[in-house]
Design a protein around this ligand. Sequence first.
Ligand code: APR
Length: 229
Amino acid sequence: MLTGAGISAESGISTFRDSDGLWEQYKVEDVASIEGWYKNPALMTRFYNERRKQLLDVKPNEAHRILAELEKDFDVTVITQNVDNLHERAGSSKIVHLHGELMKVTSSLDPNNPNFIRMLGEDELEVQIGDKAADGSQVRPFIVWFGEAVPEIERAVILTSQADIYLVIGTSLNVYPAAGLLNYVPDEADIYLIDPKPVPWNSGKRFTHIMKGASEGMKELKQYLYKDE
Ligand code: APR
């Protein structure tokens, strides 16, 4: 499956492109691009500190929980564009973060080197300019910014190409390469889209659109998944 900001909306985390979305308050290039980092690392460090601290105030919602419960009966992998840790906290065990993780920081010289990627503790939600990664460079958020490669996309393509059922939950399919994953869903797979609004569907593949919020949509989806039981 592919999840986006919409699945975390009911937990109180704003999406990006809805009317009250994050990109209404900030310019993407200033706070979510590699150019923005070179131009003003202090601003971006503060931006992600704020988003990381917000994680203390939110918790997984029913949609995250139902997804985690599906693991009892299905081989589930969550491919998410989200950088929050709500899928983990709901109990999902196989998660691919295409755009990184808010609770991790890394080297600003060699950001995808596993030796320098570090999980922050609950008591360490802010990093500052001057904090160093293990290689001595300025520490940066372990987030994939616009203008950077998406190292996990190959793994996501392989997982997508093996799907029998593919869920698309809470994403406007605006951002590539994530949105391109639909092209790799096998023709014989059942595709379900859960989104309260129409989404520009970039694939010729048939899909069932459950036009509801994530929690209500996942409850309806469960009926389809277990209808033959
Ligand atoms: N339940 C389900 N879907 C919802 C809900 C809800 N309660 N509320 C909103 N949505 C839907 C919106 O209709 C929209 O289609 O979630 C989608 C959110 O789209 P975006 O805000 O564009 O978020 P997303 O698709 O995850 O953005 C992709 O863009 O800025 C980058 O890196 C960032 O990962 C992000 C990427």
